[in-house]
Design a protein around this ligand. Structure first.
Ligand code: UDX
Ligand code: UDX
Length: 454
């Protein structure tokens, strides 16, 4: 059997690598319109950083995993075609700012209809608005060949993608359960996963349940973060400690402890986009109360980012003009080079608006990427890119920690304190440092939702 995946991004690349590794007899073609991305996948420096990914790519690339820009040939040769292209928030026309832009998905479906000489199974891997499969089906129908459309959303989280793919909580496959062809297609895909995923973890549903489950899962995860972040503001006002509250609340087995870590806000390519899409769908189906409920999750996240930046400016005597501020971490979370929707973008933009001088250190994000995200040129005098966190903190008024990279926990903060200006501030946007130790060393400190610290 031969499979093809259109879209060699953060989802398509790692997912297909795992397929190739687990099924040596399966030929896997990953194709993309972006030639630079494909040559990076074929080089020693992959375009995506994920722990464990390099090793597996090296093992299977050229054997049963191939990266190419020849989209038509790969589609034609495949029995199963995955669509894993991006579905960004629409920036124009109806639904601008909230609906998902499915134009890339549509053009993939048209390409598949055009170049296929036989019917295939077409799998939606990208997160789609509910009922997108209808659009794909009707485009494919025009070819007169027997296509089956499945929804198989990806639940991997960046930074742990390989682990999540190897040992998923569940695999969700939505399809046309009412026809023998539909059930056959669902089973064909299920039997690939069953090579390494226990059967009871492979859930089969109708198409719309599968599409909606992906949006709902991301909305629930984001909602938990906004819930604890809302409480963090109350903690700061009352003297409670949000980590203690999260621990006490999360110990209730009905609630659970995961995704209750208060922070400067969530980022990433999915939460914001999928929540906006959910809000749009609710409005489209005339459910304004439901739309308003989910919009609240987005509003709290924006509030949290703004609140953190304001706290910092206020602590530095409401004036950061010309002050050197060390930015520890720019990625939206640890163990990834991805900056999409990173809370660091909004926080740093607020600082630049206050005319601060920013000294960046992130172990994986390039200076070019940071400049692009902030909308500034590489030579901009207000920013500086440092090779070590020590360089960034040298003569700084404050350190602002925005990404929970492990290395930040183990720095020599005594040395750092000695090189900073006084009062030496640390703002821990992830509550991941040893606050007691930092206070002992003489730092001024603010975490998130920490009512009691100086
Ligand atoms: C994407 C979607 O954003 C997400 O909603 C979905 O759940 C999974 O797919 P991701 O892999 O992170 O996530 O996106 P990205 O890294 O942007 O990769 C998409 C790739 O598709 C890009 O490399 C782009 O060049 C490629 N692409 C896009 C095509 O090959 N053809 C197109 O027509 C459009
Ligand atoms: C998310 C979903 O977890 C995944 O299932 C889906 O397929 C894609 O979207 P991802 O965005 O890669 O994955 O990372 P995730 O670990 O969910 O983190 C998202 C954001 O929330 C990050 O900015 C992270 O720092 C933040 N976060 C996470 C918190 O602020 N607190 C938490 O307790 C957990």
């Amino acid at each position: 059997m031969r499979i093809c995946c259109i879209g060699a991004g953060y989802v398509g690349g790692p997912t297909m690598t795992m397929f190739a590794r687990k099924c040596p007899d399966l030929m896997v073609d990953v194709v993309d319109i972006n030639a630079d991305r494909i040559s990076a996948w074929n080089s020693d420096k992959l375009p995506v950083f994920e722990p464990g990914l390099d090793e597996i790519v090296r093992e299977v690339r050229g054997k049963n995993l191939f990266f190419s820009t020849d989209i038509d040939a790969a589609i034609d040769a495949a029995d199963i075609v995955f669509i894993s292209v991006n579905t960004p928030t629409k920036t124009y026309g109806y639904g601008a700012g909230s609906a998902a832009d499915i134009s890339y998905v549509e053009s993939c479906a048209r390409r598949i209809a055009e170049v296929s000489k036989s019917g295939k199974i077409v799998v939606e891997k990208s997160t789609m608005p509910v009922r997108t499969a209808d659009a794909i089906k009707s485009i494919l129908k025009s070819s007169g060949l027997g296509f089956q459309v499945l929804s198989n959303p990806e639940f991997l989280a960046e930074g742990t993608a390989m682990k999540d793919l190897e040992n998923p909580d569940r695999v969700l496959i939505g399809g046309d359960e009412d026809t023998p062809e539909g059930r056959g297609a669902i089973e064909a895909l299920a039997s690939i996963y069953a090579r390494w995923v226990p059967r009871e973890k492979i859930l089969k549903t109708n198409l719309w349940s599968s599409e909606l489950s992906k949006l709902t899962a991301n909305a629930f995860l984001a909602q938990r973060i906004s819930s604890i972040n809302a409480i963090s503001a109350l903690c700061e006002a009352t003297g409670a400690d949000v980590d203690e509250v999260a621990c006490a609340v999360g110990s209730d087995s009905r609630i659970g402890s995961k995704f209750l870590r208060s922070s400067v806000g969530y980022g990433g390519s999915c939460f914001q986009k999928d929540l906006l899409n959910l809000v749009y769908l609710c409005e489209h189906f005339n459910l304004p109360e439901v739309a308003k409920y989910w919009r609240g999750v987005i509003e709290i996240n924006a509030y949290q980012k703004r609140r953190f930046a304001e706290t910092i400016v206020n602590s530095l005597f409401r004036n950061i003009r010309g002050k050197r501020i060390a930015i520890f971490g720019f990625a939206f979370k640890e163990n990834t080079n991805d900056t999409r929707e990173s809370p660091a973008i909004d926080v740093c933009r607020d600082f630049l608006n206050e005319h601060a001088h920013l000294a960046f250190y992130d172990p994986k994000v390039s200076s070019l990427q940071i400049c692009r995200d902030l909308g500034i040129s590489m030579g901009d005098k207000r920013v500086e890119f440092c090779r070590t966190p020590y360089d960034a903190a040298d003569k700084a008024h404050a350190i602002v920690l925005l990404t929970q990279w492990e290395e930040f926990k183990n720095l020599d903060y005594k040395k750092i304190k000695g090189a900073m200006l006084n009062p030496a501030w640390i703002f821990d946007g992830r509550n991941c440092l040893d606050h007691r130790l930092l206070l002992e060393l003489g730092f001024s400190l603010r975490g998130i939702g920490k009512g009691n610290i100086a």
